[in-house]
Design a protein. Structure first.
Length: 204
């Protein structure tokens, strides 16, 4: 892939990431964080956009077709929006997980691409069990929906490995900060796992 295509891919992902942040910011204005949720914080928008651009350029360097590039751009929009809302409000909105997930799985059914359906269901199940057993405190339903989306994009093996690392990292960092009993914004850990796995292994 030539330099122009790589730059174009990076620019597209950066633009969609910025759009995701704008949508998330507008959505957060109408959200009241839960009292027992993570402590609201701010996030660096330029850093999010820059990381999206790097991810787009790196994956384009590996070689992607038009459909994969479109999926990557949509993923950047959703992941940046989720990062922003979870850090600021402690919530992972369904519009950024369920919407794209339904679109992906619908396309998978239409094309008889069953591994995507299986990957999403298998990876979603333990996280859903965690959300159910902890009643949303140890693991939120938004996080479970996010891993289902990530599994659909990455494939089952890559998703299981990357999300396992994300869980371990979240526990370790909480332990090091002395915040084992406090709720945390877990979506950013999952998003880093999705982005890193996509950069290393590509999109399924």
């Amino acid at each position: 892939m030539n330099i122009g295509s790589i730059v174009a891919a990076a620019g597209l992902c950066a633009c969609l990431a910025y759009l995701g942040v704008l949508l998330a910011s507008h959505l957060c204005d109408s959200i009241v964080p839960f009292e027992d949720g993570p402590t609201p914080a701010t996030t660096s928008v330029p850093l999010l956009i820059g990381c999206a651009a790097l991810l787009g350029g790196f994956i384009a360097l590996r070689g992607v077709d038009t459909a994969q590039l479109g999926l990557l751009a949509l993923l950047c929009l959703c992941l940046c929006a989720i990062w922003y809302t979870d850090v600021r409000c402690g919530i992972v909105p369904d519009v950024f997980t369920i919407g794209p997930l339904i679109a992906l799985l619908g396309a998978a059914v239409y094309m008889h691409h069953w591994p995507m359906l299986i990957s999403s269901l298998v990876v979603f199940t333990p996280f859903a069990a965690g959300a159910l057993l902890s009643r949303g405190r140890g693991m939120g339903w938004g996080d479970a929906k996010l891993v289902a989306l990530g599994a659909a994009v990455l494939g089952m093996e890559a998703a299981l490995l990357s999300f396992g690392v994300a869980c371990a990292a979240a526990v370790l960092i909480a332990f090091m900060r002395g915040r084992r009993a406090e709720p945390i914004a877990f979506a950013p850990y999952l998003i880093v796992a999705i982005a890193a796995s996509a950069a290393i292994s590509g999109i399924a």
